[in-house]
Design a protein around this ligand. Structure first.
Ligand SMILES: C[S@@+](CC[C@H](N)C(=O)[O-])C[C@H]1O[C@@H](n2cnc3c(N)ncnc32)[C@H](O)[C@@H]1O
Length: 428
């Protein structure tokens, strides 16, 4: 990767349809760029308004093209020319990156260190603003491997001619993409981008850490549900793939959830166990359990005198969790259910430890309130969205709990996304 500087044009000339009817739409504004904010952009100010500027870095002076202006207090813009470059700026290694181009990555133009520093700043800011915790030290830890070639799962969108692409930022328009450099070699070997997919809306490639490969197709007529592969059908490869983490193999439905980065499951599981410090005989609860990663490791730790209950809404994932928990030394039970305050209140269980790993929207106020009412010794909260996590933490803090630990992991290099694990305990 080469550093780039000077007065350079950013990207390779993509076209992004403007959004909104505000007065600044389409304007080019020269401005100084401030800190990274949640959402994959930096904050700038001009004439009393806030601009969320993509493709820029803190400290840069850029020419920003306003791409969205709803007429409110802020608008969105792309840095289309860098007038004073940050020393953290590099040439994006992906030919699809840049203003108006692929929306899958946010930080292709930043060094690895700068990407992680920006994400750490976002986590700190969310904890300060939404959880009322202004002084939490946050370091985003890298996972093994580099910035490219880490995605074991890639979802391509498909155009009317059956060709693959990736969506542009905040748009349904496709950037034609045959090969995503974030994908692993297994994803590339599927050659999904070199084929036509008539009638498909999306094509998913799953290239598991154990070497299994499956391709799933979501018909163009099917409703799109962000973050799920639910209605997608496996058209090639096994319906269930094997994954490797924590020194063992796991079965996971090809359409189900598993951490996308090959090092993420290990890193998060290690952190959860380190935070919770399970003891023989403990009772543990794994909420939003997926295929049972945390539940199985907790079951090993609490041993034959301990108990583990895993709760997961998706039927296929719950079935995988049962298979992955079979043979655990502890008394284990997988409950296929949504996590609700009613469910938690009616468990008739006083867990010593809880891990929860909800989807992007977080667990929510009512679930958190019901959870702290169970009075466990410690809760590990795994989150893929620092804003949802901070809002949920606030509920526990208001109930007299303390944040005793926080680690963050760069599970999604080049993108805005960051994974955090928070340790919550009742105030001593
Ligand atoms: C981020 S994944 C975590 C999975 C697992 N902990 C892992 O690390 O592999 C979130 C899981 O929550 C499940 N889920 C989503 N909403 C749910 C709800 N309301 N109640 C229970 N499970 C839910 C999803 O099916 C998914 O398996």
């Amino acid at each position: 990767m080469t550093r780039s500087g000077g007065r350079s044009r950013v990207g390779r000339g993509g076209v992004r349809p403007p959004v909104g009817t505000g007065p600044w739409l389409g304007r080019e504004i020269e401005l100084d760029v401030g800190p990274v904010a949640h959402g994959g952009h930096c904050v700038g100010r001009h004439d009393g308004r806030v601009l969320f500027v993509r493709h820029a870095l803190p400290g840069e002076r850029v020419l920003a093209l306003v791409t969205e202006d709803g007429g409110g207090s802020y608008c969105r813009a792309d840095a289309v020319r860098v007038l004073t470059a940050s020393p953290d700026r590099v040439e994006p290694p992906c030919p699809h990156a840049g203003p108006g181009r692929c929306g899958g990555c946010d930080w292709q133009h930043a060094t690895a260190d700068a990407q992680r520093a920006g994400k750490a700043a976002v986590v700190r800011e969310q904890l300060s603003r939404l959880a009322g915790l202004p002084d939490v030290p946050v370091v985003v830890e890298p996972l093994p491997g580099g910035l490219l070639g880490w995605r074991t799962r890639v979802r391509f969108a498909v155009d009317a001619d059956g060709r693959t692409g990736l969506r542009r930022n905040r748009s349904h328009t496709l950037e034609p993409v045959r090969h995503c450099p974030l994908g692993t070699e297994g994803v590339a070997a599927s050659r999904v981008g070199e084929r036509r997919w008539p009638g498909a809306g999306e094509v998913d490639v799953v290239a598991s850490t154990a070497g299994d490969r499956a391709i799933l197709v979501l018909p163009s007529s099917a409703p799109r549900v962000a973050g799920t592969r639910g209605a997608a059908a496996v058209v090639e490869g096994p319906p269930v793939v094997r994954e490797v983490a924590a020194g063992r193999e796991w079965r996971v439905a090809a359409a189900g959830f598993w951490q996308v980065h090959p090092g993420a499951a290990d890193a998060l599981a290690g952190c959860v166990l380190d935070f919770l410090r399970p003891l023989p005989g403990d009772t543990a609860l794994d909420l939003y359990a997926g295929s049972g990663l945390f539940a199985a490791l907790l079951a090993d730790a609490v041993g034959p005198t301990g108990r583990v209950l895993a709760v997961e809404a998706d039927a296929a994932a719950a079935a995988d969790a049962r298979a992955n928990l079979a043979g655990s030394p502890a008394a284990v039970h997988v409950r296929q259910s949504r996590v609700t305050p009613g469910l938690l209140g009616g468990l008739g269980l006083n867990p010593d430890l809880v891990v929860l790993d909800p989807p992007r929207a977080g667990a929510g106020r009512d679930v958190l309130a019901a959870l702290v009412a169970l009075a466990p010794r410690a809760v590990a909260y795994v989150a893929c969205d620092p804003a949802s996590c901070a809002r949920d933490l606030r509920v526990a803090l208001d109930a007299g709990w303390e944040l005793r630990g926080l680690r963050a992991f760069d599970c999604f290099p080049m993108t805005r996304h960051v994974e955090t694990v928070a340790l919550l305990c009742p105030a001593s």
